[in-house]
Design a protein around this ligand. Structure first.
Ligand SMILES: [Zn+2]
Length: 402
């Protein structure tokens, strides 16, 4: 029966986790769960199987699992065959699973005499098995790739190490949890993985909660620049999540993307030009307008990245990494863009925007403001002068009266 499966990318990792033995343990010695296996057919289905045997007839059996992304517990009744074999096919086309999540699963059994039983927990990672991944690791930092030779893997791991150092210079993130960087050989391969995982296409992709980064880098002359841009950027998202927790999703987009862009080892040579042109044309985006989202239009989005990186650098240089982290923490606590700025840095976002434009882009915002206000100021002075003229004209008369 199992031989009919389209793919035999067999279990990468099935580990029995000998967790506690709660009330379920009454029938533990009697019920045996063996031959546990998982077959995944990426983007299609995951098949769970096991052999469950008990000396007393089994009335009900279920497969239960949850993944480490949304942590929803899913429970499915399974039939136990005469030989004790149970099989459950989880249809991913109907219920999407994120690529590279880890599934924790177990079996629950009820016996005819009323006893219940829960098996050990098992774990399996839902890997994109359409490719044969190679791996290199340095401690908890792992890189995976399938296109390119061992030297390509060396370069990836080296870039990942340097990226982590750069990120650690920006964020006080804990370094103990593992990070997996999966490097696809082409954007179309990555695109299809994200599509099968129910996610939109993006240039790079981090799933910070899982500690998983997905990238597309084709081995070749451009690989170094791509490694030094994409790896630190996505790693920064992961470490930012680890430093602020679930409040990560509430961070202003300019702050999140600004920190990630600032971590890049290879500075984008076009950012400076984009900033200067927009500054000259008066077409800069207000930082406050990039709290919730970046523009959809590609060139405006490019400018948004350039501005965010420059603005975050300005904040880092002015308030230090501790100021930057305070701001991230305040935002993660649920304060909005301006409240976060007031609490963490003691000033409004608009004021910081002005100071950034003046000190980094050389704009004279106060001067421009004054120039724009000049006609009104003239009018104001004129209106103040009229009563003064009247006052001076009346003075001689007043003197005579006294
Ligand atoms: Zn990003």
């Amino acid at each position: 029966m199992w031989g009919n499966m389209r793919r035999f990318a067999l279990t990468i990792l099935v580990i029995a986790l000998f967790l506690g033995l709660p009330q379920w343990a009454r029938a533990q010695s009697a019920v045996q769960v063996t031959d546990v296996g998982v077959f995944d057919d990426f983007g299609q289905q995951v098949t769970f199987q096991a052999r469950i045997q008990a000396p007393i007839p089994i009335t009900n059996a279920s497969l239960v699992f949850r993944d480490n992304f949304d942590e929803i517990v899913r429970r499915f009744p399974v039939d136990v065959g005469e030989d004790g074999i149970v099989t459950y096919r989880y249809d991913i086309t109907q219920n999407v699973l994120r690529p590279f999540v880890t599934l924790t699963f177990w079996f629950e059994v009820s016996l005819q005499n009323g006893e219940t039983f829960k098996s050990d927990n098992y774990r399996v990672q839902y890997i994109d098995d359409r490719f044969t991944w190679q791996q290199q690791a340095d401690g908890t930092l792992r890189v995976h790739w399938y296109e390119g030779d061992a030297a390509f893997g060396d370069a990836l791991l080296d870039a990942a190490r340097r990226s982590l150092n750069a990120v650690n210079g920006l964020l006080p993130a804990p370094a103990d949890a593992s990070i997996d960087i999966y490097v696809y050989g082409s954007t179309s391969d990555l695109q299809s993985a994200l599509f099968l995982g129910g996610e939109d296409w993006q240039g790079g992709h981090a799933n910070p909660k899982l500690g998983v980064v997905l990238l597309a880098i084709t081995p070749g002359p451009g690989q170094s620049i791509e490694m030094e841009t994409l790896i630190p950027h996505e790693l920064a998202h992961v470490m930012l999540y680890r430093s602020v927790g679930d409040g990560y999703n509430a961070l202003p987009v300019w702050l999140n993307e600004g920190i990630a862009s600032l971590a890049e080892l290879y500075p984008n040579p076009d950012y400076e030009q984009a900033l200067m042109t927009a500054s000259r044309n008066g077409s800069l985006l207000a930082i406050a307008d990039m709290c919730d989202a970046f523009p959809l239009d590609a060139s405006r989005a490019f400018l948004a990245y350039a501005e965010s990186q420059s603005f975050v650098r300005f904040l880092r240089d002015t308030y230090g990494t501790s100021g930057l982290f305070s701001l991230a923490s305040a935002s993660a606590d649920g304060l909005n863009c301006d409240q976060g700025s007031m609490r963490a840095l003691g000033t409004s976002l608009a004021n910081l925007d002005t100071r950034w434009r003046e000190s980094v882009l050389g704009e004279n915002v106060a001067g421009v403001f004054l120039r724009n206000m000049l006609p009104y100021l003239g009018l104001l002075v004129f209106m103040l002068l009229i009563p003064m003229i009247g006052f001076f004209q009346r003075r001689p008369a007043d003197d005579r009266a006294r």
